[in-house]
Ligand binder design. Structure first.
Ligand SMILES: Cc1cc2nc3c(=O)[nH]c(=O)nc-3n(C[C@H](O)[C@H](O)[C@H](O)COP(=O)(O)O)c2cc1C
Length: 352
């Protein structure tokens, strides 16, 4: 059981101030491409109503030429606080895209300077900007000038272990006008492997005056508390820990506000949530939503005896009815088992 030290409690008692925008939670839901659409965010927000959420990253060049809002940029008028994340390397395209983001309802605009994927970096976007700090500065300046809302940056600690430049880079982003920086404690070369190096986040926090958000390996309440203690960061951002587990941000937020750990959801509750997620994706995106739901469903189906077999079936569903029928059968099976009230922990890394 983690302990909320009086120092930490006091540090986190006030709202998170992103420029002139205040957020009543120190726990953020990260942008996750292919995951954090409007449907997923609605589920996360049910348990974490105060938390800042991010759209999937949106390509500013695409917006410039198509001039039409892609589905991944859609924001529910009711959902706040919300940030729209953009990627590109062209300051003018990003400025234009940021204006569209604000029109859509974004409370802040976030620039992706951390994506490691070749398709993005070879065009100069995402983590490639860590190697082009002047371009990154020009981007922040142009976007700050273009929109009335705070502009934030999400990045990594460097390109490789030999090129860790986050201290200089973060300072440059602040000087260019960024109002918050999220640091994923891995290099681009690491991808998502190896532990996140939180010590670099602590060093960033020591030299900046804008809020610093720690990201990387926040899979539990305990990890969040440890990370906040070790880094001195102003908040934590959850990522892979929320896959098939939209409860995590709310669990951490609740603990930071009350010092109490919520009981984790039962396997039945998680499967019910999976079914709701599937149905909502179907309603929002039609058949492509059902295909997208397959991966989500397999992430939910973990931590009980027949989960492996269930995942195999859920990974191949063709229709919403088929998915619901499979889940209903699994729910009946679970309810018949002794494990009815057995709770499961965050299952993302469980093997069953
Ligand atoms: C499937 C997936 C999609 C992601 N998409 C984005 C994205 O669109 N924008 C972004 O800034 N980071 C993206 N990330 C990176 C995460 O936001 C986060 O920085 C990273 O996973 C580290 O946190 P973790 O160790 O807690 O997972 C993505 C990561 C994953 C696994």
């Amino acid at each position: 059981m983690p302990v909320l030290s009086p120092e930490l409690k006091q540090r986190l008692a006030t709202p998170l101030k992103i420029g002139n925008f205040e957020v009543k939670s120190r726990v953020l839901q990260s942008p996750l491409s292919g995951v954090t659409d409007l449907v997923f965010r609605r589920l996360v927000r049910r348990y974490a109503p105060d938390s800042m959420m991010y759209t999937e990253m949106v390509n500013a060049t695409g917006l410039h030429y198509v001039k039409q809002l892609p589905k991944i940029m859609e924001v529910d008028p009711q959902e706040h606080p919300i940030s729209i994340q953009l990627f590109d390397c062209r300051p003018d395209f990003l400025a234009e895209a940021a204006q569209m983001a604000v029109e859509e309802g974004a409370d802040t605009v976030d620039i992706n300077m951390g994506c490691p994927v070749n398709k993005i970096t070879k065009n100069g976007g995402g983590s490639a900007l860590l190697r082009e700090p002047e371009t990154a500065e020009a981007i922040v300046r142009a976007v700050v000038k273009a929109v009335p809302v705070p502009v934030t940056v999400k990045t990594r600690i460097g390109w490789t272990e030999q090129e860790i430049n986050i201290l200089d880079f973060a300072k440059r982003m602040q000087d260019a006008g960024a109002q918050m920086i999220t640091v994923h404690g891995r290099t681009r070369a690491q991808g998502y492997n190896g532990p996140a190096k939180w010590e670099w986040i602590r060093r960033v926090k020591e030299i900046l005056s804008i809020p610093v958000i720690a990201n990387g390996d926040i899979f539990s309440v305990d990890a969040a508390v440890r990370c906040l203690e070790e880094t001195g960061a102003d908040g934590v951002m959850c990522s892979r820990g929320t896959l098939g587990y939209p409860f995590l941000v709310g669990e951490i937020d609740h603990f930071l506000k009350t010092g109490e750990k919520l009981p984790p959801p039962t396997a039945v509750e998680r499967l019910e949530c999976a079914k709701e997620h599937l149905k909502a994706l179907w309603e929002y995106k039609g058949i492509s939503g059902v295909r997208q739901a397959r991966k989500h469903l397999t992430w939910y189906a973990k931590g009980f005896p027949f989960a492996g077999e269930l995942r195999d079936r859920l990974a191949r569903i063709e229709t919403v009815q088929e998915g619901c029928a499979i889940i209903d059968k699994a729910l009946a099976q679970l309810k018949n088992m002794n494990e009815l009230n057995e709770t499961v922990n965050n299952p993302f890394f469980q093997k069953t």
